[in-house]
Design a protein around this ligand. Structure first.
Ligand code: AHR
Length: 852
């Protein structure tokens, strides 16, 4: 989507804001919670081609020609895949009307034929001679009217290109069935999109009977970031092709059927203590038939049928259960396996196996555990050994379903929990809690919970406002795993602001280490050619990758995790001369609603500084989006749709009160009043009647359309009626906003504090570890008061991660632009002062007296 910023003269004043000072008191003698080694792990899900076309090093997309299969449990109707009508788990006995667009352009995605001269090539998917039950489709290739020099090529685009690297060897294998119908050769090659040869191999003669497998090595003679894989035929005829696979010889740890080196390295560098796999919604499936099943992901690749991911594409499951467990071992992480409890994703079809048919699901989970940790003489342990790993894998955690919640699920959870604990008491078991905070109704129906899995996707600033989120949880009944967290609204596709919030979020977990034992950011990986989720940690395409600033923030927090917290207190002195934070112009807006506005007046310090005249001075208003009409003395937005917006041009106010009248005609919500408008892409706004005319909120808008709540939504005291004029008053102070509807106060916002600190000890190194975030746009001066700190010179390290603006981010062209930098420091007395850079994440490590 393209955004256009309209720069009216808004007279926005640019002032330097005053710096803050703070005192951080630390009491070295007062130890608090032990910080577990398990605090940081990772979460892998097949979303945005994280695995296929990502971490899994296979280079051929749609290698088995199975990607045009309609997912089981659905039928294709009018361009949608539609689940069979069955009850929805949460809406029983009703079915959901969910369906999903089916967007394939042809039956052989990622493949194409290319000819010249008189030659013709016909492609067709056939099930006539299935290679295996799991890979029933094959591609029939017919070559006709070919002259000796004509080109007849079958091409695979890879996953938006194939990385060809000079001198790397590529391992190719494929199956062909020619049955005396094709008697030519096949030349396989890597080529640039312009046709330049980057390496090839020729199979001169094909065996003629039945399916035959062909293998070769292609040594790359050149490099290209977006190469293609090509099969050239030199005769007319007809043959079937199936299961074309191409891997670089060098994968992470050089494993066969292995992982892409750069991505696996980025993950390993996070030093995750565990890996949660395989999802996410992927575990649940769009229908119960599509739910992930680990048993279909082990053994020969040709015998893995794949899983249709809820994110809209088939997973080959080449990065299957065994490969996942191997990866855990390779990077010294424990395994956290999530399985389906017989319920599909409730945001999709929600179809499920009834309570009296869940025994196979329980058995499947027990078998998965046996495969991972059972001795090699058990049924599934033997299969693991046969797959090349006699010793058990490091499986330590089990999660019973993803994002299920409510008493119905809890009942099911109890059955799974008992069955697993009975056989494997050493495993720690996670209970899912839906999307959002820990769910009381779910917990109340659970007999026992080891760890509750809270999912926390939060908007910008949320972590600042809710730094005490975990402080409020009751202790003792269960521990907490934050299985998915990210600051992912109001931060574009991720930026410095997200990293600051993520760092504060992590600090809020670390200081609550008595409760929060584990966490994992989500999603981990995104192929930028298929983005299913707004903000992701590691971005990549076919050849390049980079960690976002949040990635480095997490790494910094993990590398500098204390072993035990120590008591600390940060007291912030507000600057004496506060400046106006919400200066700018104002606007009028709607969202899926038709509304009119009139009698707009702005007062400041008791004086009227603007008064609308919507008959004679219409030019005051810039009509940015929507169908705005002048109706007598009102300005009426008459079109449905999102983000309808008009702005008051050529004005800017510092502290001001907006008075206006608003009337809704029809639509879902009610009134939106932008303020602090810096430009037409950057502003705040009061939304009265958000959530279908139920709530009021104050929102932040960046990049024109990226909207995030600044405060928790409040219930409106009454619904807005159509046809009635309402009085709205918005008092915009230096750093506070208060909103009144019909004279009644309905919401308050206050700019949160943006300075945070925690302290701990790294007992192994005998160092004090202090983490500080300065989220302000100005430097902050911190004075440390460390009780019992030796006055002898102490050595230390100061690690800083910062960027010139909140919207800065790493990129493909500059992947390490914003990474932590470390400087050594010498501290001469106990009176320590630090000036924290604006927008910075800091770790200060100080060697205690007696340290080596
Ligand atoms: O991380 C993306 C999705 O967010 C996961 O699949 C799901 O568990 C959550 O809602």
């Amino acid at each position: 989507m393209k955004f256009y910023i309209v720069f009216f003269t808004l007279f926005v004043s640019c002032r330097l804001h005053a710096q803050r000072s703070a005192t951080l008191s630390i009491d070295l003698q007062k130890k608090e919670a032990t910080v577990p080694a398990t605090l940081h792990g990772i979460f892998f899900e097949e979303i945005s081609h994280a695995g296929d076309g990502g971490l899994y090093a296979e280079l051929i997309q749609n290698r088995g020609f199975e990607e045009s299969r309609i997912p089981p449990g659905t039928t294709l109707k009018d361009g949608f895949i539609v689940p069979a009508e069955r009850p929805h788990y949460m809406m029983q006995p009703k079915a959901s009307d969910w369906k999903m667009p089916w967007t394939l352009k042809n039956d052989w995605p990622a493949w194409s034929a290319e000819t010249n001269g008189t030659a013709e090539m016909q492609l067709q998917i056939t099930k006539e001679f299935p290679l295996t039950d799991a890979s029933p489709n094959a591609l029939r290739v017919k070559i006709k009217k070919r002259n000796a020099t004509d080109k007849t090529s079958l091409i695979n685009d890879g996953y938006w290109g194939i990385k060809a690297e000079k001198n790397e060897t590529y391992l190719l294998s494929f199956y062909a069935r020619s049955q005396n119908l094709y008697k030519g050769s096949i030349t396989v090659s890597l080529r640039s999109p312009e046709g330049e040869l980057l390496g090839k191999y020729r199979f001169p003669v094909l065996k003629q009977q039945g399916w035959q497998q062909y293998k070769c090595e292609i040594k790359a003679t050149g490099s290209h970031d977006k190469a293609k894989f090509v099969m050239d035929f030199d005769k007319e005829g007809e043959l079937l092709i199936d299961f074309v696979s191409l891997f670089p010889a060098h994968t992470f740890k050089n494993r066969v059927n292995g992982l892409r080196k750069d991505l696996a390295r980025l993950i390993a560098d996070l030093k995750p203590s565990f890996i949660r796999w395989p999802g996410g919604c992927f575990v649940e499936g769009i229908t119960i038939e599509n739910a992930a099943d680990w048993k279909k992901t082990i053994g020969p690749l040709e015998q893995r049928p794949g899983t249709y991911s809820p994110w809209g594409y088939w997973s080959s499951d080449g990065f299957g259960y065994h490969e996942y467990l191997q990866f855990c071992e390779d990077i010294n992480a424990d395994a956290l396996f999530v399985f389906n409890v017989g319920v599909s994703c409730e945001y999709r079809s929600g179809t499920f196996a009834p309570d009296d048919s869940i025994q196979p699901y329980i058995q499947n989970a027990l078998d998965a555990i046996e495969y991972a940790i059972g001795p090699a003489n058990t049924g599934w342990g033997k299969k693991r050994a046969a797959n090349g790993h006699a010793q058990p894998f490091p499986l330590k955690y089990i999660e019973i379903g993803n994002e299920q919640h409510g008493p119905l699920y809890a009942k099911r959870y109890n059955v799974f929990f008992d069955a697993i604990k009975k056989k494997y008491p050493q495993l720690r078991i996670m209970a899912s809690m839906g999307i959002g905070d820990v769910n009381r109704r779910t917990l109340d129906s659970m007999k026992r919970v080891d760890l509750a899995d809270e999912h926390a996707y939060k908007p910008a600033n949320w972590s600042y406002v809710n730094y005490d989120h975990f402080d409020k949880y009751k202790r003792g009944d269960w521990e907490m795993y934050v299985g998915e967290y990210a600051t992912n609204a109001g931060v574009g596709s991720g930026n410095m602001q997200a990293a600051l919030n993520d760092a504060v979020y992590i600090m809020s977990m670390e200081r609550n280490a008595d409760l929060v034992k584990m966490s994992s950011y989500a999603p981990l990986l995104v192929n930028v050619n298929d983005v299913d989720w707004p903000v992701n940690l590691i971005n990549f395409d076919a050849s390049k990758s980079f960690g976002r600033i949040s990635y480095y923030a997490i790494r910094m927090m993990q590398d500098n995790k204390a072993t035990v917290n120590i008591a600390s207190n940060l007291s912030i002195e507000e600057p004496k001369n506060k400046t106006a934070l919400f200066s700018g112009s104002i606007g009028l807006a709607t969202w899926d609603t038709r509304s009119a506005y009139k009698d707009i007046k702005i007062t400041s310090n008791g004086k009227t500084v603007y008064e609308s005249d919507l008959i004679n001075r219409r030019d005051d208003w810039g009509l940015i989006r929507g169908e705005w009409k002048w109706e007598d003395s009102a300005l009426y937005q008459s079109a449905m749709g999102e983000q309808r917006f008009a702005v008051l041009k050529n004005h800017s106010f510092d502290t001001y009160t907006i008075h206006l009248k608003a009337r809704k005609t029809d639509g879902y919500n009610a009134f939106i009043v932008p303020f602090a408008v810096k430009d037409t892409n950057t502003f705040m706004r009061v939304h009265i009647g958000s959530w279908l005319n139920a709530n009021v909120t104050i929102e932040n808008v960046v990049n024109g359309f990226d909207v995030s709540d600044l405060v928790r939504q409040q219930k409106l005291p009454f619904k807005i009626e159509s046809g009635k004029w309402y009085d709205i008053r918005i008092e915009v102070g230096l750093d506070k906003v208060d909103v009144f509807l019909e004279g009644q106060h309905i919401i308050h916002y206050e700019e949160p504090k943006k300075l945070f600190a925690i302290a701990g000890l790294d007992e192994a190194k005998n160092e004090v570890v202090i983490k500080l975030v300065n989220g302000y746009n100005e430097a902050a001066n911190i004075n440390f008061l460390i009780q019992d700190f030796t006055t002898r010179a102490a050595l230390g390290e100061w690690i800083t991660l910062t960027a010139p603006s909140l919207t800065d981010e790493n990129s493909f062209s500059n992947p390490a632009r914003f990474v932590p930098s470390t400087r050594n420091i010498t501290l001469k007395s106990a009176d320590l002062r630090f000036s924290l850079a604006p927008r910075s994440i800091n770790v200060i490590r100080i060697k205690k007296a007696g340290s080596p």
